[in-house]
Design a protein around this ligand. Structure first.
Ligand code: AP5
Ligand code: ZN
Length: 208
């Protein structure tokens, strides 16, 4: 199954993706995670991407598109993938469609996790991420519940950057909701409920 996860920053895309990967072993392609790994590794891509990420702006399309193409070609993505954080604008969505069609593949579902802006701002301000394994938790997690690693606050989870990320989402990414509705593959889930309740809905909508 080939899935795109849509939703504002902090809607819970990564949280739901972690569960789908754990239970169904689907390949998780998170452009945010890939970019953060590049920044951490000090690669040329990471150096270029960091200034955009810290400001809450989108990294230039071609850099991200190349990253996704490479990742889609890996073995584990052949049986199905879960795209998280990509596409982020219409150009990325159109490019993804044409890349998949060249590969004789297509999207089965674009899953929108819908959460109000005020809820999101609270969630992102208290989010903490594991430095070692990338696990996503909250300020209540002193160490990573998954691996015991150190929890830190992402640079872009500071108040001023959060507001900009929300604006970028509304202007550039939210038009994709209509884009996928037009393709008849959009499914919407209310993401403002307990994580496990949202996950039960995710599985139902995906027929899992
Ligand atoms: P990215 O990493 O993709 O960030 P994002 O879209 O802003 O998404 P988040 O990771 O912030 O949120 P999420 O929806 O995964 O929420 P989470 O599950 O963590 O991108 C970062 C940057 O990289 C971008 O700003 C851009 O610069 C660049 N970038 C990435 N992709 C790009 C692209 N395609 N093109 C160009 N640039 C790109 O949950 C959030 C918090 O809420 C957590 O603390 C979690 O525990 C909690 N939570 C989750 N679900 C619930 C629930 N149901 N109830 C209560 N709390 C919950
Ligand atoms: Zn960890």
């Amino acid at each position: 199954m080939n899935i795109v996860l849509l939703g504002a920053p902090g809607a819970g895309k990564g949280t739901q993706a972690q569960r789908l990967v754990r239970d169904f072993g689907v390949a998780h392609i998170s452009t945010g995670d890939l970019l953060r790994a590049a920044v951490k590794g000090g690669t040329e891509l990471g150096i270029q991407a960091k200034k955009y990420m810290d400001a809450g702006e989108l990294v230039p399309d071609q850099l991200v598109i190349d990253l996704v193409k490479e990742r889609l070609a890996e073995d584990d993505a052949q049986q199905g993938f879960l795209l998280d954080g990509f596409p982020r604008n219409t150009l990325q969505a159109v490019t993804l469609d044409s890349e998949l069609s060249e590969l004789g593949r297509e999207l089965d579902c674009a899953l929108l996790i819908d959460v109000d802006r005020d809820v999101i701002i609270n969630r992102l301000s208290s989010r903490r991420t594991c430095r070692a394994c990338g696990y996503t938790g909250t300020a209540a997690d002193e160490v990573c519940p998954s691996c015991g690693g150190e929890m830190y606050q992402r640079d872009d989870d500071k108040a001023e950057t959060i507001a900009n990320r929300m604006d970028v989402y509304e202007k550039q990414t939210s038009p994709l909701v209509e884009y996928y509705r037009g393709q008849n593959i959009l499914k919407t889930i209310d993401g403002d409920r307990d994580v496990d309740v949202v996950y039960a809905d995710v599985k139902e909508v995906l027929g899992l």
